[in-house]
Design a protein around this ligand. Structure first.
Ligand code: GDP
Ligand code: MG
Length: 759
């Protein structure tokens, strides 16, 4: 079958086009670096099917970043039958820079001028015929989003793939031509394929080439040494780049006619950037944006209107129905996320209520009713109740990403973090970790430095993923219900920020001790602001929902069934009722491990049923959703008189009930959240980390996760529980340190003076 590779700058729409060609639903992001692993698919929309490979986004074919090396080696070694060079037509000149390098290879190329819709909207025009003549390659104007031109692109790609093409260069008319020509002849004699490309790279002084073709390299060096010294000083590579750009401006740019008013539009986006990427305002603005997002997802008191709406502002509606309090309660008005959550809980509550009544009417045994309604449905529904909030949160995250804002966040933070041994490049996989650690860890492959990569893989789980969200949201909600004050949205956001802070502190510590090393370069231009596509956003959300539901009905369902059985049978396989749960297998195992969690606030101090927290933390190692599922399954059993069904199969209500019987403190519960967020992640993430790291550093990574979760959560617990003694101790230490510093300074000053005197 014909094989076609997609090459282009980051953000030129490669993934979107890949999806349009193959009908796949790969994740699209306005986010350089999203594509690292090669993705393959088959396009069946033309006269014959062909394989499509989505290469990483690159600006050039130099050997500086892993993406460039991957893309270049793929084209040279795997020899696709055709390369579709995707060019963002709203950024023509800059994108054609890569084209001038691709055209040097002996491979058929079709240029796809993408974003035709945006070009048109801007009022600009490209003369496709003229460009095609000048490039001497097929050029097709397309829009990956609207589908315009895709058919033509497919036809011309198939046609091009059947012909041969010899590399040509735009450098032919420069003074470099003789050196390049001579090197190309030698390469050809050596039987190298794409001799022109290799010859040019060699002349550029490309390190990969010089290594692979030592003999010709020596020749070229002799040839160019004089030129380098005499003409261009050290900026040999810049000379090549300039020559390419000059050629583009002179020969290709005339194909583009800009509408006047271009300046104005640019200024608008520059103006926005001046604020959003401002040195001082950038980060606070990011925090504010995060807050708004969390507020709209988790708040039960939208815009904090409750007090303003006055006394008796009880917004409870649908009283006595499963949807009671859908749009609000005495706490205030519900945010969109909460409305959806309550809606789902209304439905799940009605389902389990109906099933319970049905079973009772059919005369099912008590244990069977308990198993189905409390055990299985309780666990499952407690998790599913969080699906809406996960989706709402991801809707916002994907809007931030697609609009181009996240790239700005990486840019702001790069400026700050570079000094601390971390690059903005490492930040991209970290932010991906908010979705799921598994692809995020795989994405660290873009980091050239092995140590920066290891450090990044280790902290990715601290960027709380979607599966951990029920833990954060559930515990935060229960904390607010139990204490009667605070805001679930604020608590949840602070937990997210806590994870990020721990990640940053860990990276700084690692990078200044065991994981010292080079910094990966961060070459990223800010992508244009773009209105996120409706279809791609919905596909993204649908993917997320599908994955979550699949997980709920497989791993999590299986886990809840196992948990229910182990919590209702004794070691000699006798059935135990809820009242005697203490003698069940799960309880005895739980009690065994319970003391392990005493230092972090949810161990021995929780008393007889405190083992539930220990068990929940451990089931979380399989999948983090299991933590809430475990609470849901066990709440009805261990809390006398608690009716999960009446509570709408609500995870928050289950945790609230468990807080009541165990007497876990607020600090203990927050420590519990922190522990689950920072400790060894789920099975899938651990397996991925093992694949991405060396054996030795993987073992250290497991220890690191255990260590940091213990350290941070015991700190939270201790400070929260014993605020006054801790404050006194901290003050004492601070004073002691300050005194030592001051004395040291004085001593040093005295010594200096002595030195001056003696001199
Ligand atoms: P990649 O980094 O090259 O894989 O680029 P993506 O496929 O992730 O696309 C980057 C952004 O450009 C996304 O927000 C897309 O929705 C958007 N995009 C891609 N193709 C088009 C297009 O033809 N027209 C418009 N208006 N936007 C597009
Ligand atoms: Mg992509």
């Amino acid at each position: 079958m014909i094989r076609v590779a997609l090459a282009g700058n980051p953000n030129c729409g490669k993934t979107t086009l890949f999806n349009a060609l193959t009908g796949a639903t790969a994740h699209v992001g306005n986010w350089p670096g999203v594509t690292v692993d090669k993705r393959e698919g088959v396009c069946k929309k033309g006269s014959e099917p062909f394989v499509v490979v989505d290469l990483p986004g690159i600006y050039s074919l130099s050997p500086y970043t892993p993406e460039e090396v991957i893309a270049r080696n793929f084209i040279l070694d795997n020899k696709p039958d055709c390369v579709i060079d995707i060019v963002d037509s709203t950024n023509l000149e800059r994108n054609l820079y890569l084209t001038t390098q691709l055209m040097e290879m002996d491979v058929p190329i079709v240029v796809a001028l993408n974003m035709a819709d945006e070009l048109e909207k801007n009022g600009d025009k490209i003369d496709v015929k003229l460009l095609e003549e000048r490039l001497d390659m097929p050029v097709v104007s397309v829009s990956a989003v609207t589908g315009k031109g895709i058919k033509e692109l497919i036809d011309r790609t198939i046609a091009a793939a059947k012909r041969k093409r010899q590399g040509v260069s735009v450098l032919g008319s420069t003074m470099l031509a003789p050196a390049i020509e001579e090197a190309a002849v030698r390469m050809r004699d050596d039987g190298v394929s794409s001799p022109l490309f290799h010859a040019i790279k060699l002349t550029e002084g490309d390190s990969l080439e010089s290594e692979n073709h030592k003999k010709t390299a020596a020749f070229v060096n002799n040839y160019t040494r004089g030129m380098k010294d005499a003409t261009f000083g050290n900026d040999w590579e810049a000379f090549f780049a300039n020559a390419r750009y000059d050629y583009i401006t002179a020969n290709y740019s005339p194909a583009l006619t800009r509408k006047s008013g271009e300046g104005k539009r640019l200024k608008m986006s520059e103006k926005i950037d001046r604020v959003l990427t401002n040195k001082w305002a950038g980060i606070p603005l990011f925090v504010v944006i995060l807050f708004v997002i969390f507020h709209l997802t988790f708040s039960e008191n939208l815009l904090f209107l409750a007090p303003a709406l006055g006394a008796g502002g009880d917004w409870t509606m649908f009283e006595g129905t499963p949807f009671e309090g859908l749009f609000g309660s005495s706490a205030g008005i519900s945010s969109p996320g909460v409305i959806l959550q309550k809606f789902i809980e209304g439905i799940t509550g009605a389902i389990s209520g109906g099933i319970g009544e049905g079973m009772a009417a059919a005369g099912a045994a008590d244990w069977a009713q308990g198993f189905v309604v409390d055990g299985v449905l309780g666990g499952l529904f407690a998790v599913i109740g969080f699906l809406p909030q996960i989706l709402v949160l991801f809707l916002f995250f994907s809007l931030l990403e697609d609009s181009g804002y996240m790239a700005r966040v990486a840019f702001i933070l790069d400026r700050l973090l570079r000094k601390l041994g971390l690059s903005g490049r490492a930040l991209m996989p970290m932010i991906m970790g908010f979705g799921c650690s598994v692809p995020a860890m795989i994405n660290t492959r873009t980091l050239a430095d092995e140590k920066e990569r290891t450090a990044t893989v280790r902290v990715i789980p601290f960027f709380s993923c979607g599966a951990k969200l029920p833990i954060l949201g559930g515990c935060a909600g229960a904390l607010v219900t139990a204490s009667g004050f605070g805001n679930a949205d604020v608590i949840t956001m602070l937990m997210y920020l806590l994870g990020m802070c721990v990640a940053l502190v860990s990276v700084i510590l690692m990078r200044s001790t065991t994981m010292r090393g080079e910094l990966s370069p961060f070459i990223m231009e800010l992508p244009n602001y773009r209105r996120p596509g409706f279809r791609s956003t919905m596909l993204h959300l649908w993917d997320k929902a599908k994955h979550f539901i699949k997980k709920a009905f497989t791993i999590i369902l299986a886990s809840t069934i196992i948990i229910w059985f182990f919590s209702h049978f004794t070691w000699d396989w006798g059935f135990v009722s809820d009242e005697d749960m203490g003698s069940s297998i799960l309880a005895s195992l739980g009690k065994l491990v319970q003391p392990l969690f005493t230092p972090v606030g949810f161990g021995a101090q929780l008393g007889a049923v405190g083992w539930v927290f220990a068990v929940a933390a451990i089931t979380g190692l399989i999948a983090k959703e299991n933590v809430i599922a475990t609470f849901g399954t066990l709440a009805a059993a261990v809390v006398a008189g608690f009716d999960l069904e009446a509570a709408g199969e609500d995870g928050i209500a289950a945790i609230d009930a468990l807080m009541g019987v165990t007497g876990i403190s607020g600090a203990g519960l927050i420590a519990f959240i922190a522990f689950n967020m920072l400790t060894i992640p789920c099975f899938a993430a651990v397996a991925t980390a093992r694949g991405e790291l060396t054996k030795k550093s993987f073992r250290w990574t497991l220890l690191f996760w255990l260590g940091s979760s213990y350290l941070v959560s015991s700190m939270i617990y201790t400070i929260g529980e014993f605020i006054w003694p801790v404050a006194v101790w901290a003050a004492a230490w601070a004073i002691a340190v300050a005194v030592i510093v001051i004395i040291n300074k004085r001593l040093k000053a005295k010594e200096e003076q002595k030195k001056i005197k003696t001199a």
